[in-house]
Design a protein around this ligand. Structure first.
Ligand code: CMP
Length: 243
C-alpha cells in the first residue's frame, strides 16, 4: 500500500448510504453484471473516504487499486518538472479511475485529489483480474470506458492545437455541465468545485486568459459566474462558441 494512503480512512463498509447501489450500478465495471454477480464483486470492495484537498495517490506511485466515485468529485492531475500542474479530468459519481495500472502494471499516470468530501469504492487489481478473465463482458465494458477516455483525450489534444482559449473554456464548461449541471429557474447551474486556477489548468491556459474569456461570456449574458460554479444562461451560444 502506498504512502499516500496514510491519513485516508478505509472501512470495510458495504455502503450504508441509500444511493451506493445505484451509483455503482452505473459504473462500467458493474454495468455488465447481473444482480448476483454484482453482489459477489461487491464483497471485494473497500470504501474509502477523503476530505476536501486530500490526495489519494500520487503520479508515479505503484498502484494496486481501481476506484469508482460514489460521492463527491476527484481531480486527476499531472505535474511538470518545473512544478506546473495540468488537470486531466474531474470525475464525479459512477466514474472510474485507477484502471490503467491494472491493464498495464506500471506506476500511476496521474495524481488523484479530492475536490470535495469524497466517498470511493476501491477494488484491488488482484481481486479484479479473475473477473476480467472469467467474464469477457466485464472486460468489454472496461475496454469501452478506456476507448471513450482515449476519444476524449484525442479531442482535448486537437483542441489544444486548433481551438482558441475561449472555445476551449466553452467546451470544458459544457463537458462539466453534462456531468454536474443542475437545472435552475434561469439556467443550468454547474457547480464544478474548481478554483479559477484549477479551471485554467483544465483548459490548459493561463488563469488571466481563462478569466477574460469567462468575463466576456458573462458580459454577453451567456453565463453568470458564481463561487466555484457557473450558471449557463444561453446554452446554444456557448455551444456555438465551443465549435
Ligand atoms: P492509473 O494510471 O492507475 O492512475 C491514475 C488514473 O488517472 C489512471 O489510472 C486513469 O484511470 C486516470 N487517467 C489517466 N489519464 C487520464 C485522462 N487523460 N483522462 C481521464 N482519466 C485519466
Amino acid at each position: 500500500m502506498c504512502a499516500a494512503w496514510s491519513g485516508v480512512s478505509h472501512n470495510g463498509s458495504r455502503g450504508g448510504r441509500v444511493n451506493t447501489e445505484d451509483v455503482l450500478g452505473k459504473a462500467p465495471l458493474f454495468a455488465a453484471l447481473d444482480r448476483e454477480s454484482a453482489a459477489a464483486l461487491r464483497t471485494s470492495i473497500t470504501e474509502v473516504q477523503l476530505s476536501k484537498g486530500q490526495t489519494l495517490f500520487h503520479e508515479n506511485e505503484t498502484g494496486d487499486r481501481l476506484y469508482v466515485v460514489l460521492e463527491g468529485k476527484i481531480k486527476l492531475s499531472r505535474t511538470s518538472p518545473d512544478g506546473r500542474e495540468n488537470l486531466l479530468s474531474v470525475l464525479g459519481p459512477s466514474e472510474m479511475f485507477g484502471e490503467l495500472s491494472l491493464f498495464d502494471p506500471r506506476p500511476r499516470t496521474a495524481t488523484a485529489t479530492a475536490l470535495t468530501e469524497v466517498r470511493l469504492a476501491g477494488l484491488g487489481h488482484d481481486d479484479l483480474r479473475p473477473w476480467l478473465t472469467g467474464r469477457p463482458e466485464v472486460a468489454l465494458h472496461l475496454l469501452r470506458a478506456l476507448a471513450q477516455r482515449l476519444r476524449r483525450t484525442n479531442d482535448v489534444l486537437a483542441d489544444l492545437v486548433f481551438t482558441d482559449v475561449p472555445g476551449r473554456v466553452a467546451k470544458q464548461l459544457l463537458d462539466l455541465a453534462e456531468r454536474f449541471g443542475n437545472k435552475t429557474d434561469d439556467g443550468l447551474r454547474v457547480h464544478h468545485d474548481l478554483t479559477q486556477e484549477e479551471l485554467a489548468q483544465l483548459v490548459g491556459a493561463s488563469r488571466e486568459t481563462v478569466n477574460k474569456a469567462l468575463a466576456d461570456f458573462a458580459q454577453r449574458g451567456w453565463l453568470r459566474i458564481e463561487a466555484k460554479a457557473v450558471v449557463i444562461l444561453d446554452m446554444d451560444r456557448l455551444y456555438n462558441r465551443s465549435r
